[in-house]
Design a protein around this ligand. Structure first.
Ligand code: SPV
Ligand code: MG
Length: 536
């Protein structure tokens, strides 16, 4: 990319009339750039106004420098700073130039008035001008201080403003050119462009000439073209338009005491985010932030649980009270205890009975005709990042959730090695075989799940799956993809979690086993369990 200093220099030297748009902070600088302008005028009037102070050097030069730094960081186009009188003598000017170069500002314009200055449109004729030699020394000092050969110094002649006439203006401009100024800014407060046109006619092409048609705004731009001015500065119009808009908005809201008449007329918050570059930060976060976001949990709670009889007439099993709290809330509490943030409950039967706080819901409205995987599929987008998947009728101890969190394995399943002491051998159970029975070795999570089947022969059984799995971010992607694949095949409606686990094994994915005893979990299968649950 061409350096900003070189861009501004090229604008000064080009044969076309070029334009600088005023800006006074990072936001307005972005607005000017997005509108298509090739360069920015960092106006002293606008910057001071935006700061709520007067254009009389009430803001210190380093405060102005800070503003220009934000403007420079916010844009890719060059900035010409309105440097007033250079904020002091030749020495101040040297330091200013060096600091502006460091902050990426492409040039500075200084005017031949005295510090502290007053805006040219306030009693201009009463304003004293700088002594010519003193001002020339300031220009030379600035040129000697710059390290980038294309940094631009514009000398602003205030002879017309102070009422000194054309000859004085030309005399000063010529002295400043000889002192090293890259261009002359000739200023005028007349409503007609007479002074600046007379100046340009007399001056010819000795050096580029910059103008500020704030007062002679009705002059057609083609006149400036005909006279071969170099740069036209629209010097304060973003600040002034912002002022009008803000006054109107403030008055309307004050009067209405509501936002209805304003909302449609102001930029949306999303537009603010866009111009701030929020997208870029989001991308960068993906690249640079560690992906240890909080784990999530999906709880399958779509079924009625007929075995609980009248208890589930008006509510699903997951909402049945256990010790005064809904069953599923106990499960959520165990998850929260290990740092789970987002909990998704898949509802089906009597879904309106769910009234949990801080959970999101997914709905399997076909719950009567479908099985567990159809419910899981309703929350498929939530199988992302570290995720627990479990049933809405299985209580488990917090230490089990903690053990699952502590393991970095991609897919983990909790297995009850105590299957023989099942309270109710007639109930449905997902029996599993493992690479090894429970032993101290399983403490290190080295045991793999090798099969799952509710009709598995006793000889093969190492335990019963406790209805809980946990996946890492990588494991989540595996499960999500496999579920998508299974969804496409006939018979998906009747498939259970055990079918998913079996499919994972068949595809060669390792499922690590966390062994637990009966003491670690409790599935609520009948009224006895509901009572047991309150002391679990
Ligand atoms: C500014 O924009 O601050 C200027 C131009 O210096 S003028 O206000 O016209 O003096
Ligand atoms: Mg100014």
């Amino acid at each position: 990319m061409i350096r900003k200093t070189t861009q501004l220099k090229n604008m000064l030297l080009s044969n076309e009339v070029e334009f600088l748009m005023e800006a006074h902070n990072g936001l307005s600088a972005k607005v000017a750039e997005e509108a298509g302008f090739k360069g920015i005028w960092a106006s002293g009037l606008s910057i001071s106004a935006a700061m709520g102070v007067r254009d009389n050097n009430e803001a210190s030069w380093t405060q102005v420098l800070e503003v220009t730094e934000f403007m420079s960081d916010a844009t890719n186009i060059p900035i010409l700073l309105d440097g007033d009188t250079g904020y002091g003598n030749f020495n101040s000017m040297r330091r200013l130039v060096r600091k502006l170069e460091q902050r990426g500002v492409a040039g500075v314009c200084i005017e031949d008035k005295l510090f502290p200055k007053t805006n040219s449109f306030i009693k201009g004729s009463e304003q004293p001008l700088a002594e010519i030699q003193e001002f020339c020394g300031k220009i030379s000092a600035g040129k000697d201080a710059q390290t980038d050969k294309d940094f631009v110094i514009v000398a602003r002649v205030e002879a017309f403003i102070a009422g000194w006439g054309l000859d004085e203006a030309i005399k000063r401009a010529e002295a400043y050119r000889k002192a090293g100024a890259d261009a002359i800014l000739i200023h005028s407060a007349l409503r007609k462009p007479d002074e600046i046109l007379a100046f340009k006619k007399e001056w010819g092409d000795r050096a580029p000439v910059v103008i500020v048609p704030t007062k002679y705004y009705a002059t057609p731009t083609d006149v400036f073209r005909d006279y071969k001015f170099s740069i036209v500065i629209w010097a304060n119009h973003l600040m002034r338009s912002a002022l009008t808009a803000m006054q109107h908005t403030a008055a309307t809201i004050f009067k209405d005491q509501n936002l209805l008449n304003v909302e449609e007329k102001v930029a949306t918050v999303n537009e603010v985010f866009r111009i701030q570059g929020a997208d870029e930060l989001e991308d960068a976060e993906k690249r640079y932030l560690p992906t240890t976001s909080a784990p999530g949990a999906i709880i399958l709670a779509a079924s009625r649980g007929e075995e609980l009889g009248d208890l589930t007439k008006d509510m699903p099993k997951a909402m049945v009270q256990i010790g005064g709290t809904p069953l599923v809330q106990h499960i959520i509490d165990s998850y929260r205890a290990v740092g789970v943030k987002e909990v998704t409950v898949v509802r089906g039967y009597k879904k309106e009975a769910f009234n949990l706080l801080n959970v999101s819901y997914a709905d399997n409205d076909d719950f009567a005709k479908t099985q567990e995987l159809s419910s899981l599929a309703k929350a498929i987008a939530k199988i992302e990042g570290e995720t627990f998947i479990s049933y809405g009728d299985v209580l488990f101890k917090k230490y089990i959730a903690q053990e699952l969190i502590d393991s970095k394995a991609d897919i983990l399943a909790v297995v009850d090695y105590d299957w023989q002491t099942s309270r109710n051998s007639a109930r449905y159970a997902d029996y599993v075989s493992c690479s090894e029975p429970q032993s101290t070795k399983s403490f290190y999570h080295e045991v793999l799940l090798t099969g799952i089947d509710n009709e598995m022969t006793e000889a093969k059984r190492h335990g019963e799956w406790a209805g809980i799995i946990k996946v890492s971010p990588k494991g989540a992607a595996i499960v999500q993809n496999l579920l998508k694949e299974m969804q496409q095949k006939p018979g998906f409606e009747t498939q259970r979690m055990s079918d998913l686990i079996r499919a994972l094994i068949e595809k060669g994915h390792e499922i690590r086993v966390i062994y637990t005893s009966r003491a670690g979990w409790l599935d609520i299968d009948n009224l006895d369990d509901v009572l047991l649950g309150s002391s679990f």
